[in-house]
Design a protein around this ligand. Sequence first.
Ligand SMILES: Cc1ncc(COP(=O)(O)O)c(C=O)c1O
Length: 412
Amino acid sequence: MDLFDKCEVNMGPLGTYADRAEGYYMFPKLEGEISNKMMFQGKERLVWSLNNYLGLANHPEVRKADAQAAKDWGMAYPMGARMMSGHTKYHEQLEQQLADFVGRPSAYLLNYGYQGMVSIISTMVNRNDVIVYDSEAHACIIDGMRLHFGKRFVYPHNDMENLETQLKRATRMVAKTGGGILVITEGVYGMAGDLGNLPAIVALKEKYNFRILIDDAHGFGTMGPTGAGTDEHYGIQDKIDIYFGTFAKSMAGIGGFVAGDEKVIKFLKYNMRSQIFAKSLPMPMVIGALKRLELLRNDPSHREKLWTVVNALQKGLKDAGMNIGATESPVTPVILNGGVNEATQITYDLRENYDIFCSIVAYPVVPKGTILLRLIPTAVHTLEDVAYTIESFRTVKMKLDNKEYAQEMKAM
Ligand SMILES: Cc1ncc(COP(=O)(O)O)c(C=O)c1O
C-alpha cells in the first residue's frame, strides 16, 4: 500500500462530499465587503454566516488603523518568535489591556486561537493530571487533549450530575498519581448557542479540588454587561481560573489570548511550545487588535446593536413556530427534522430562491434526522433583514412539512 492511496480511497468524513459540494456547501466564496449582504456566485445574498458579531470587520476606524499599521510596519515585523526576537511593547500593551478588560491580572497573546488552545491544554497538564471535559468540546480542545499523556474523562454536554461522577473518578485517580484536575468547558457553544453551565461547575469547586479553563471564543465581546465574556455574564470571573478568547470573531481579526493569574500566565509564556517555536503576531494584527479592543470597550453601541438584532431574530423565529433550541447567546440555530438530503435542498432553496446564505449542520455533527441551520446575527444586520429572514424561514418550514424537499436532489 502506498501512503498516498488514502487520498483517493478515503477522503475523510467531509472530503467524501467534495465532488458534489465543493464551491457551494463547502469552500463557498463570499465576495465583496464583509457586511450583512455579500456576493455569492455573482448574486447578492443576505449573509448569516460570519462571526463578525460587533460588525468591526469593516468599521472605518478599524480599516484605517489596519492600513496605517501595515504602512508603518509592514507585515513582517517583528521577525522571530516572542522569546527570541519577536517581542514588542505593543504586544505587551495589548496583553495588559486584554487582562484589564477580562478582569485578570495577566494575559498572553496567541498566534491563532486554535493552536493557542492546543498549547494551553498540553502545557497545563502532565501525565499525572486528569482532564474532565464536555462532550461537545471544540476540535481545538480535543486536539489539545491528544497531546495529554494522562487520563481524560468526558461528561455528556452540560450534564452536571455526570460531571460530578467524573470529578469523583478524577479525584480518586489523582490521589494515586499526585496530579491535579483541569475541567474544560466552552463559555458559548458555537453550534447551538447554549452556554456552558459555569455557575454549576464553579459550585462543584466547594466539594472537589480542580481548576477551570473556559474557551470563550463566541462569548468574548458579546456576553456580559461590558462584553467581557460569558463568565462576566454570570458574574463569576474570579472563579474561572483560565480564560481563553480569540480575535477571530468579535474582534474581526486573527490571533487570540489567554488570561489568568500572573504565575499561571508566566508559566504558559515560558512553556507553550506553539508560541515559543513560532513567529510572533505581526504588528498590523497587534495594532489592529488594540483599535478593535478600544472600540469594543469604549463604544457599547456595537454590542447594543448586536443584541437588538439577536433579540428580534430569536423572538421572531420562536413566534413563527421555529425550534431554536436553548440558545442564550447570539448564535441562533434553527432546528428542523430531516436528513442530509433535505438539509442540502433547504440550503439550496434559501440561497437560490430567497438569497439567504446561512450554514447547515447535519448528521453526524447533529443527531440523525435533525437539521441545524445556523444563523449568526451581527451589529451590521438590520431589522428588515430579520423580518425578511423570518418570513423566508416560515415558508421553507411549510415546504419541509409538506414534504416538498423529499425528492432526492439532482447533482449540482
Ligand atoms: C469554540 C472555539 N474555540 C476555538 C476556536 C479557534 O479560534 P481561531 O479561529 O482563532 O483559531 C474557534 C473558532 O472557530 C471556536 O469556535
